[in-house]
Ligand binder design. Structure first.
Ligand code: ADP
Ligand code: MG
Length: 482
């Protein structure tokens, strides 16, 4: 647990998050309009999204299914009866004058996300998940001072996922968002793309003396990267501590995070639920779910990161830090499992998160687009295991496989990279080096053991790195001492 050292003693941070996750759906929550990112402004707006009088919303069943899938992935209660409410407010990018959301009866109730920070597991409670519409977007043009409204986002389906105030440090907040994002991506219910705004976090922060009740919180709106969430928390908690220690009091308010200055600023005083005049939307019936349908969705859930991690640890005996990297994305885990099938799991894991990741990072490509397939990488590992190619040259083989699209065996043959294990050939190379270096031989014989490394280097150079290092060492020692 991270504490803040104030001028008058220790403080603890209390953090709760409201995450808006855009449902991966081609159509909006209550209309058939498209949701593609980056489309021409106002090109994906139906009459419903533009709030033309008399237009009626029709619930998109696919979006409901994604919310239920997500709820199940968060180990949450599914409410078989939920209600859509109108949340009333005025804004130019909200033509209806209200947002359709869920207030007292959300589709998903209490659940949990397990996070791990510094090797310690913590449970972050999920309060609820509800479905709601996104609003449009106002685009402010300072010169000549006009504001434009783009309604493409209007009506797009969002899942608002609310956490309990269980988070206690910026690291935990980061771990929570990372894990939540991974779960959404495993489920395929949200692409988790924070740059495109598919995942946005409102961060609630308060401070208290350890052991005391909760303090007054401030809510920082719409933070769009995990790093910014952490920076915003650090700044905001320090601001509140200083304010209280100087005799002030925290006022509950909505703040925004200025990424350039790394600070939070007051935006408006906190609105309360009654300000929105919530009431059930008379255009929509309560949402009633068939329990069999929910069970069917549950049965179709993929294996999620925690379960996968547990299996990789217990069945494959992999260390926790390695497992964490392997399960971070479903594509990585899938790739790894193909490589590991029928092979040493540790060796497979080391190749995937070691050489392969290094290579992909250098080239700036994701594992899904890897030019070396999982089975091709497995083929390379087999050639190392049976001594055909040395570990050292295997890295070059990997590069060449990526460049040429050939499999490991073909690259090894074409480039003549086959490891020399034939002792006759190695002996010849050793003899030649020894004959050409009488001074170094003298040094070794007078007790300088370190010179051995120099000899190995010379022999490797002479064989193009292809000699089996173990054999070289053995033969070299024999010849030098003889
Ligand atoms: P609202 O909908 O008005 O923003 P909620 O009561 O639903 O308010 O809480 C929103 C978020 O604020 C939740 O994520 C919750 O965990 C968090 N929260 C509530 N109290 C505190 C507090 N004292 N400090 C930090 N976060 C809090
Ligand atoms: Mg809120």
């Amino acid at each position: 647990m991270a504490t803040i050292q104030g001028a008058t003693g220790e403080w603890e941070m209390v953090i709760g998050m409201e995450v808006h996750a855009q449902v991966s759906s081609n159509a909006k929550l209550f209309s058939g309009a498209a949701t593609a990112f980056g489309a021409e402004p106002n090109s994906q707006v139906s009459l419903v999204d533009a709030a033309m009088p008399g237009m009626l919303p029709v619930i998109n069943g696919f979006c409901v299914e994604q919310a239920v899938r997500t709820g199940l992935g968060l180990k949450a209660e599914i409410n078989l009866r939920s209600v859509f409410d109108r949340k009333n407010y005025f804004y130019p990018d909200l033509p209806q004058g209200y947002q359709i959301s869920q207030f007292t009866r959300p589709v998903v109730g209490k659940g949990e996300v397990i996070v791990e920070v510094d090797g310690e597991e913590r449970r972050i409670g999920i309060t609820r998940l509800h479905l709601e519409q996104d609003a449009g977007k106002s685009i402010h043009d300072m010169d000549p001072g006009l504001t434009y409204v783009d309604l493409n986002r209007s009506g797009v389906a969002l899942m608002e996922i609310v956490s309990e105030p269980d988070i206690r440090s910026p690291e935990e907040a980061g771990a929570y968002l990372t894990k939540l994002r991974a779960i959404l991506r495993y489920l395929g219910t949200c692409d988790g793309n924070m740059e495109e705004g598919s995942l946005r976090a409102d961060v609630n922060v308060s401070v208290r003396r350890p052991g005391e009740g909760y303090g007054t919180r401030c809510e920082i709106k719409n933070v769009n990267s995990i790093r910014f969430v952490q920076q915003a928390i650090v700044f905001e908690a320090a601001r509140q501590v200083e304010l209280i220690e100087c005799g002030g009091t925290v006022v509950q308010e909505t703040r925004l995070f200025d990424a350039v200055r790394g600070e939070t600023r007051s935006m408006r005083s906190k609105e309360e639920a009654h300000d929105y005049r919530y009431f059930p939307d008379p255009d929509l019936l309560p949402l009633e779910l068939d329990p069999d349908w929910v069970e069917q969705i549950k049965a179709g859930l993929p294996e999620l990161p925690d379960e996968k991690a547990g299996r990789f640890r217990s069945d494959l005996g992999l260390p926790p830090d390695v497992v964490q990297q392997l399960v971070a994305e479903r594509e990585i885990a899938d790739y790894f499992e193909i490589v590991a099938t029928g092979r040493d799991a540790r060796v497979a894991a080391n190749w995937v998160i070691g050489e392969l990741f290094r290579f992909l990072n250098d080239k700036g490509i994701g594992i899904a687009d890897s030019p070396v397939s999982a089975s091709a990488l497995g083929g390379l590992i087999d050639l190392i295991a049976d001594g055909t190619v040395s570990n050292r040259l295997a890295k070059d083989v990997l590069e060449e496989m990526a460049a040429s699209g050939k499999d490991a065996a073909a690259v090894v043959e074409d480039k003549g990279l086959r490891q020399i294990t034939d002792s006759g050939a190695i002996e010849a190379a050793v003899d030649k080096v020894i004959a050409s270096a009488p001074k170094q031989v003298e040094q070794f014989r007078s007790g300088n053991e370190k010179i051995l490394g120099w000899f190995v280097g010379q022999i490797m150079k002479a064989t193009g790195g292809k000699a089996n290092p173990a054999a070289v060492n053995e033969i070299l020692r024999k010849k030098l001492s003889g």
